[in-house]
Design a binder for this molecule. Structure first.
Ligand SMILES: Cc1ncc(COP(=O)(O)O)c(C=O)c1O
Length: 356
């Protein structure tokens, strides 16, 4: 079976973890600080704040921006549910705008319409599947409304927008290091920002609001990363450029091979380097194709079969999101990870050709 994800570790991660275990300093510590600095440098931001996962990164980032009870945050309904849940954790409510059907990301025009109608307090865009959102118009909208822009970059380590890596465009960005992501720490997350105030507050929120050894300025959480996770993360970060190159090469081979089939292959708009966290096609008979692939040794997957506003947990939330709803019925992600061989990719192409 060719799996949809296949995280890879070698001697580098094993020896880094062994060093941490030997040191006895296994919880938050110096290795986390080094990982934060290195990840912030990679993204081109002043600060990196490591967290226990991507969801806690989003929650702490929103808190650091003072989003809370009674606020509303504009976002996409076509994402992993953590995007909206993090908004709700603060006491705020998500307000959804439709996506661009080509890129699957928040459509800046739909966002502008909803943001003005609903008087929102922040915008959270998601770089879905590893493709940067259209950041310039979203940043302009946030500036015009004088509200913060948050990047949910959980899927987009290494993606670029006009030559700059995601993570530095908004007031704050959040990444996930879950094992299916472009790089992993097992579980883990990172907040990146240039804003000193946001960095300081986020750092407090992830550590019980601590300002001194036994002084706590506000009620915070334990959202800290461990040295063990950070040790893995530092090695994975070294490998990230190679991983992205391999994902992009695999995606190019898939796109060339699928050219004469009826499936719609992913778009890469000018000025945006797709990081191909997922290689997502569209097929009208998506579920049949998914089963056919599975029966022929290819583990494809649907991200996401339901929009967030149609989930039972968001019962009562309404929005105009026709493109998002069509995407939920038609998208299918194919394996594109760096561990694939050329013959794996040729097999995926052949199965889809045979199906067609
Ligand atoms: C778009 C998006 N946001 C947030 C998250 C949450 O990250 P984590 O699973 O590390 O909590 C994920 C991860 O699956 C994600 O894909």
């Amino acid at each position: 079976m060719i799996y949809i994800a296949n995280p890879e570790f070698d001697e580098a991660e094993k020896s880094a973890v062994t060093d941490v275990l030997d040191s006895g300093m296994v919880a938050d510590g110096e290795i986390v600080r080094s990982f934060e600095d290195e990840f912030a440098t990679y993204c081109g931001t002043e600060h990196g704040i490591a967290t226990s996962n991507g969801t806690t990164a989003l929650h702490a980032a929103l808190e650091a921006l003072d989003i809370g009870d009674g606020d509303t945050v504009l976002t996409t309904p076509f994402s992993f549910i953590a995007t909206a849940n993090a908004i709700r954790f603060t006491g705020a409510e998500p307000v959804f705008a439709d996506i661009d059907p080509q890129t699957y990301n928040l459509d800046p025009e739909a966002a502008a319409e909803v943001a003005r109608e609903s008087d929102v307090d922040a915008i959270m865009t998601v770089h879905l599947y590893g493709l940067a959102s259209d950041l310039d118009p979203l940043a302009d909208l946030a500036d015009e409304l004088n509200i913060p822009l948050i990047e949910d970059a959980a899927q987009a380590h290494g993606a670029t927008y006009n030559g700059t890596r995601v993570g530095a465009a908004g007031d704050v960005a959040c990444f996930s290091f879950y094992p299916t992501k472009n790089m992993t720490t097992g579980e883990g997350g990172m907040i990146t920002t240039d804003r000193d105030d946001v960095a300081n507050r986020a750092r407090r929120y992830i550590n019980h609001g601590r300002t001194d050894t036994y002084e706590h300025a506000e009620v915070g959480h334990n959202y800290r990363m461990t040295n063990i996770a950070a040790a893995i993360g530092r090695e994975q970060l070294n490998k990230l450029p190679g991983y992205i190159e391999a994902r992009r090469a695999n995606a190019a081979r898939l796109t060339a091979g699928l050219a004469d089939t009826p499936v719609v292959t992913p778009t890469e708009p000018a000025g945006r380097d797709h990081a191909y966290h997922q290689y997502t096609i569209r097929a009208p008979d998506r579920d049949d194709l998914d089963t056919y692939l599975e029966n022929n040794g290819v583990g494809a997957s649907v991200y996401y079969p339901r929009c967030i506003h149609t989930q039972p947990a968001y019962d009562g939330v309404t929005c105009q999101a026709r493109h998002a709803e069509i995407a939920a019925d038609t998208v299918l992600s194919l394996p594109v990870h760096p561990a694939l061989t050329d013959s794996d990719i040729d097999h995926i192409i052949e199965v889809i050709q045979n199906y067609a």
